[in-house]
Write a protein that binds this ligand. Structure first.
Ligand SMILES: [Zn+2]
Length: 360
């Protein structure tokens, strides 16, 4: 049974050429993000006494904030008129990558001087290096568990985050998170998320307490213009119990080879950053030898072929089931090969991140 929404999406996707689709998606994202930034900023100005504003921003604060709001309004106006992202020199569309870095870009890359190009490249390289350094460079060794991971950003800077951390009691934490939006701003947010996890988890006992704290932190202290979905599991190799909280993230997939059983670890609460005082529940499952746990982001299930058809969860699950004898690393290779066959050269629209843990 195909849902109506999926059908509508499907038709609108096959009717537009691929580049147009990506552009429309990007402009919508920029528009939403600018509207939210504008709202947050003007609310802050309204509510904060002048004295405090001076302390926070320095003496030129008022004009700076006003100018910033003005620039945002201009861009929002352009998006409405349909003139956003049009090069003022040649009237062609400005490269998406450039707009992602700077929504005020008014000329396309072709008119950059060599010096400007060099500067841009070094900035991008820096963001890339910073972000790569935030993701784990190797998988942890956990008793009785074979783990493999893969992260492939769709753009130069991605918004996916995965991590392996230890709880206070020495048990193992597994994080898989997806920050809404793309590009540099999503990447920046991802790095603040990494700091939050690394600060909180070594002092924490449960995934729920960490996620609720992160939600409070973002709702109250950081002017939030995006949200993040997180699957956070805690695994104790002694008891083989996996306790988890899933804040609006894709259902993790558990294949139980012994009984040929498929279990989806569905959301136990809403995404982080959407509402104050959210309630996330915990769930728990005892893992058994031969169990394969797959954590992923929607960049893989929503990868499209040339006709716009989604890859979907089922195909992902099929590969795991049909190759259950393979190691975690081999499974990742098989999934990536199948994904490549499906997309057949269609560029990935979103980051792809996978973590497979196989109980030995
Ligand atoms: Zn141009």
């Amino acid at each position: 049974m195909v849902e109506f929404r999926t059908l509508v999406l499907f038709y609108s996707w096959i009717c537009l050429p691929y580049e147009e689709q990506m552009k429309t998606k990007l402009y919508n994202e920029i528009q939403i993000s600018l509207q939210q930034t504008r709202e947050n900023l003007s609310q802050w100005v309204e509510r904060t006494p002048e004295e405090k504003r001076h302390i926070r921003l320095g003496p030129e604060s008022e004009t700076c904030v006003e100018e910033h709001l003005h620039v945002i309004d201009e861009s929002l106006e352009k998006i409405k008129e349909g003139t956003f992202g049009v090069c003022k020199v040649c009237q062609e569309a400005i490269e998406s990558e450039l707009l992602q870095m700077d929504y005020t870009s008014a000329v396309c890359l072709g008119h950059f001087t060599d010096e400007e190009l060099r500067q841009l490249e070094s900035e991008l390289e820096l963001s890339q290096v910073v972000q790569r350094g935030l993701l784990p460079q190797e998988v942890p060794s956990i008793e009785g568990m074979n783990i493999a991971a893969l992260n492939r950003p769709a753009q130069i800077v991605g918004g996916d985050y995965f991590d392996f951390l230890n709880f206070k009691d020495g048990t193992h934490g597994l994080v898989m998170a997806d920050v809404s939006g793309h590009g540099v701003s999503a990447g920046m947010f991802m790095s603040s998320l990494q700091t939050a996890f690394h600060t909180m988890v070594p002092e924490a006992d449960s995934p729920v307490s960490v996620l609720e704290r992160i939600n409070r932190l973002y709702i109250h202290n950081i002017k939030f213009t995006t949200f993040v979905t997180i699957f956070f599991g805690k695994y104790d190799p002694q008891t083989r119990i996996l306790t988890y909280a899933n804040a609006g993230h894709n259902s993790a997939y558990l294949y139980r080879m012994g009984t040929n059983q498929e279990i989806w670890l569905r959301p136990t609460g809403p995404a982080i950053g959407l509402m104050e005082g959210l309630t996330i529940h915990k769930d728990e499952i005892q893992l058994e030898p031969g169990d394969i746990l797959l954590l992923y982001t929607d960049g893989i299930t929503e990868a499209t072929d040339q006709l716009g058809a989604l890859w979907g969860e089922d195909r992902l699950a099929d590969i795991i089931r049909q190759n259950a004898d393979s190691s975690a690393e081999q499974l990742i290779r098989k999934i990536m090969q199948a994904l490549k066959d499906h997309t057949n050269g269609n560029p990935l629209a979103d980051d792809v991140t996978l973590v497979i843990s196989k109980v030995g």
